[in-house]
Design a protein around this ligand. Structure first.
Ligand code: IVH
Length: 688
C-alpha cells in the first residue's frame, strides 16, 4: 500500500467524483497511518497542524462530494446525531467474566489446577493489568469497524458504535501497518477507560456547573459510553486498551502473547509495555508486585493484574466454568475506595487559628489501613460535596495519600441525615470566628485560644524548632492547662517550683528540663524564626528569610514588596509575614513577645550579622524626624547593637544625623555644624 506522508491535494482542482474518490482514499490511508504512528506506536512522524490539515482537506472533499462520506471516514469522529435509545447486540461468542482472587494462596490454587489439568510442571502465563473501565467488543469486517458493543449480561450488550467512533484511539479501519495481513473478520475485546487527569478535569467542570461529580474514572467512562448523544462521548476523551481476540477469520494464533503483539500491527492499541510473559506462577506474582508498586504513578486506574495461560491450545484444554474461563484469573489489589457512615463533623483549631472541619467516620478498612477520620478541608468543601451528617459516604485513599471523602451516596439516604451547621464560635474558646466570603478560610483570632496555644507551643518546642527534648505533646498540654506556659517567652520564665507542683515531675526532672530550656537559647536564628510559627513559614523559608534579612529587626520592618521580591515567597506568604509583625493587636503581641524572647537571650540575628557587631564602635548618632521602617527606639537599638552610641542633641561629638520625615531643629543644627547627614535610604544602606 502506497502511503504518502503528507499528500498535497488541491481540492479546487479536483475534476469530478472519480478523482475526488481517489484523493479521499489517499487522505484516509494517510490519516489512518498517522493515527497508528501516534496512538499505537506513540511515535508520530508529522506535527499536529500537519495532521489537522489532512483532516481538513478530507472534510472539504466530503463537503464538495457528499456521496463520498463513508461511516468509517475519520471525519465522522466528532459524533453523529443523538439516539433515542441504545440498540441491543447479541454477542456471537459470549463475553465472559474473570474469576477474581484476593490473595496468593488462591493464585497458587489456580496455578495448581492449571498444572494438574495440563499435566505439566510449569505453565507459562501472560500477566497484564486489569484495567478499571468498561469492557467493549469491536468487530472489523474486511478491515472496517462495523460493530461496537458493551458486555451487557455477557450474551447481549448495548450497541455503542456511534459513541465508540468518537474515541480517537479506536481505528475506524484496521490495516496491515506492521506487515501482517488483516483477518477478513476480526472480533476484538478490550477496555474503554478515562485517564485520571481527564476524570479530574471533568469533575471540576461538573462542580462548576453544579452537577454531581463522578465517583471514579470507571463510572465516568461508563457514563460517557452508555448515553445517547455521541457528541457528549466525544467531549469526554475516552481511551482504549485491547486485550483479547474472540475471532480472527483467516489468521491463526498460537499464543496469547502473539495476539497482544499482533493487534498493534493492525493499528489497535494494546498495553504491551505493562504486560509480561511469565515462565511460571512465581514469575507472575513477582510481576504483580512490580505493577502494584507502579500503580500510583500510572495515568489511568488499574485494579489488579490478570494472569492468562499463554498457550491457546492449553486454554482450550482448560475450558470454561459457567461464567468464567479456567485459564485466567484476576488477582485484585486491595481496594482504595470504601463506603462508611459519617457519624459527625468536628471542627479542629490549628496552630494559626485556622478552623478545619473533620469527618468522624465509622471505622473502615481501605487499602489495608483503618480509617476513622478524614479532613474535609474547609467549610466551602463541605457544602460543595453536599455531605450530611449520618450519610453513607464514599471514601478514597490512593497510595500514601491521606483519606478523602469523595461524595455522599445519596441513594441510601433515609431522611434522618442532618445538615452540618457552620459554627459561629470557636469550638475551643467560644470566641466569634471569622469566615471568609467564599467560606474557604475560617479562623479563630483569639490569640489565647487554648487549642492554638497548645499547638503553637508544640511547634515552638519541636525538634525542628527550639528542640526542647523534655517537652512532648503531653507535657505541652500539662503546662498549658496548669497555666505555667501562656506564650513562648513564658517557657523561659519557668521555675523549678512551678514544675514540681505538677504530676510526674521530681525535683531532678524539673532541673533537667530547665537546663534543656536554657540550652535551647543557643539555637540559630533560622530555627527561632521557624519556631515562631508564622503561617506558611517552614524550615526552608525560615532559612531563606534568615539569610536575606540577617536580623529579626530587619525582617520585622520589611515591606511586602521587598518580601515578594525574594524567590520562593509569594504574595500570600509575604502577607502573612507582614501581618505577623504588623500594627494590629496580633502584630503588637508578636513584637512584644519577640522583645521578651530577646531579653531571655534567644538568637535574633545570623552569625554574619553578629560579625558586624562593633563596626560602628565609637560613632555617635542623632535621629530626627520619623523614619518609615523603624521607630526611633528601634533605630537606636540597631546602631547600639553595633557599638555606636546615640544622643538626643547635635554636638561636636555627633558623627551622623539621621533625618526622617518632618525633621526638627536638629537638622538645622547639623547643617550649621557640618555633621554628616543621612536620609533613611543612606542610613539603611549603611546598616546593610
Ligand atoms: S480478559 C476471558 N483482560 O475485567 C477473559 N479482562 O471480570 C475476559 N478487564 O469484563 C476478560 N482488564 O472488563 C481481561 N487485561 C484484561 C482486563 C480485563 C480489565 C475487565 C473486563 C472484564 C472484566 C472481567
Amino acid at each position: 500500500m502506497k502511503r504518502e506522508r503528507k499528500p498535497e491535494i488541491d481540492v479546487e482542482s479536483l475534476k469530478g467524483p472519480k478523482e475526488a474518490q481517489k484523493a479521499a482514499k489517499t487522505l484516509r490511508d494517510s490519516i489512518g497511518f498517522h493515527n497508528y504512528r501516534y496512538y499505537v506506536l506513540d511515535s508520530p512522524v508529522i506535527s499536529d497542524p500537519e495532521y489537522d490539515r489532512l483532516l481538513e482537506t478530507l472534510s472539504l472533499i466530503e463537503e464538495k462530494f457528499p456521496e463520498l462520506k463513508t461511516p468509517d471516514s475519520p471525519t465522522q469522529r466528532v459524533g453523529g446525531e443523538p439516539k433515542s435509545e441504545l440498540g441491543l447486540i447479541v454477542h456471537s461468542i459470549p463475553m465472559v467474566s474473570l474469576k477474581t482472587v484476593y490473595d496468593e494462596r488462591e493464585v497458587h490454587a489456580f496455578d495448581r489446577t492449571c498444572r494438574e489439568t495440563l499435566g505439566s510442571e510449569a505453565v507459562a502465563y501472560v500477566a497484564e493489568p486489569k484495567f478499571d473501565g468498561l469492557a467493549v467488543e469491536l468487530i472489523y469486517d474486511e478491515g472496517v469497524l462495523v460493530e461496537a458493543s458493551t458486555r451487557g449480561d455477557g450474551k447481549t450488550g448495548e450497541d455503542v458504535l456511534a459513541n465508540v467512533i468518537t474515541i480517537k484511539e479506536v481505528p475506524l479501519n484496521i490495516q496491515p501497518f506492521g506487515g501482517e495481513p488483516i483477518p477478513r473478520r476480526l472480533t476484538v475485546r478490550g477496555e474503554v477507560y478515562m485517564s485520571i487527569e481527564t476524570f479530574h478535569a471533568l469533575n471540576r467542570q461538573r462542580a462548576k456547573a453544579g452537577e454531581q461529580a463522578f465517583a471514579n474514572p470507571r463510572n465516568a467512562a461508563a457514563g460517557a459510553l452508555r448515553q445517547l448523544d455521541p457528541k457528549v462521548t466525544a467531549e469526554r476523551e475516552l481511551q482504549i486498551f485491547l486485550y483479547g481476540v474472540a475471532e480472527a477469520r483467516g489468521v491463526k494464533f498460537e499464543t496469547h502473547w502473539e495476539v497482544l503483539h499482533t493487534l498493534p500491527k493492525w493499528g489497535l492499541k494494546v498495553n504491551t509495555s505493562l504486560s509480561k510473559k511469565c515462565k511460571g506462577i512465581e514469575d507472575a506474582l513477582k510481576f504483580y508486585r512490580e505493577v502494584e508498586r507502579k500503580r500510583d504513578g500510572l495515568p489511568y486506574e488499574i485494579d489488579g493484574v490478570v494472569f492468562k495461560v499463554d498457550n491457546l491450545s492449553q486454554q482450550e484444554t482448560l475450558g470454561m466454568r459457567a461464567r468464567d474461563p479456567r485459564w485466567a484469573v484476576a488477582y485484585k489489589f486491595k481496594p482504595r475506595q470504601a463506603t462508611t457512615k459519617l457519624r459527625g463533623i468536628t471542627v479542629q483549631v490549628g496552630r494559626t487559628g485556622r478552623l478545619t472541619p473533620v469527618a468522624e467516620l465509622e471505622p473502615v478498612q481501605i487499602g489495608g489501613v483503618e480509617v476513622s477520620r478524614a479532613t474535609l478541608h474547609n467549610f466551602s468543601e463541605v457544602e460543595r460535596k453536599g455531605v450530611l451528617i449520618g450519610d453513607t459516604v464514599l471514601l478514597e485513599r490512593a497510595g500514601d495519600v491521606i483519606p478523602q471523602v469523595v461524595m455522599p451516596v445519596e441513594a441510601v439516604r433515609d431522611g434522618s441525615e442532618k445538615k452540618f451547621r457552620i459554627p459561629k464560635d470557636c469550638p475551643v474558646c467560644g470566641e466569634r470566628i471569622f469566615i471568609s466570603e467564599d467560606k474557604k478560610t475560617a479562623t479563630c483570632n483569639n490569640l489565647s485560644c487554648p487549642a492554638q496555644l497548645r499547638r503553637s507551643i508544640g511547634h515552638f518546642v519541636s525538634k525542628s524548632g527550639m528542640d526542647i527534648v523534655g517537652i512532648g505533646k503531653k507535657r505541652v498540654d500539662q503546662l498549658v492547662d496548669a497555666g505555667v506556659v501562656t506564650d513562648f517567652p513564658s517557657i523561659y520564665e519557668i521555675e523549678a517550683e512551678d514544675l514540681v507542683r505538677l504530676e510526674g515531675f521530681a525535683e531532678r526532672g524539673a532541673a533537667a528540663l530547665i537546663e534543656q530550656i536554657n540550652a535551647s537559647k543557643s539555637r540559630p536564628f533560622d530555627r527561632v524564626l521557624f519556631a515562631l510559627g508564622i503561617a506558611g513559614v517552614g524550615l526552608q523559608t525560615a532559612r531563606v528569610l534568615a539569610n536575606q534579612f540577617e536580623s529579626i529587626d530587619r525582617l520585622m520592618n520589611a515591606e511586602r514588596r521587598e518580601l515578594e521580591g525574594i524567590e520562593g515567597i509569594g504574595p500570600e506568604l509575604a502577607g502573612n509575614i507582614v501581618r505577623y509583625f504588623g500594627l494590629s493587636h496580633f502584630g503588637q503581641r508578636n513584637r512584644g513577645m519577640i522583645a521578651r524572647l530577646r531579653r531571655h537571650g534567644l538568637t535574633m540575628s545570623t552569625r554574619k550579622a553578629a560579625s558586624k557587631k562593633g563596626d560602628l564602635a565609637g560613632k555617635t548618632f542623632v535621629f530626627t524626624g520619623s523614619l518609615s521602617k523603624w521607630s526611633r527606639s528601634e533605630a537606636s537599638r540597631l546602631v547600639e547593637e553595633r557599638g555606636a552610641s546615640t544622643s538626643t542633641s547635635v554636638s561636636s561629638k555627633t558623627d551622623y544625623v539621621v533625618v526622617g520625615d518632618n525633621p526638627g531643629s536638629k537638622l538645622v543644627q547639623a547643617r550649621k555644624s557640618g555633621v554628616t547627614i543621612l536620609d533613611e535610604g543612606e542610613f539603611s544602606r549603611m546598616l546593610d
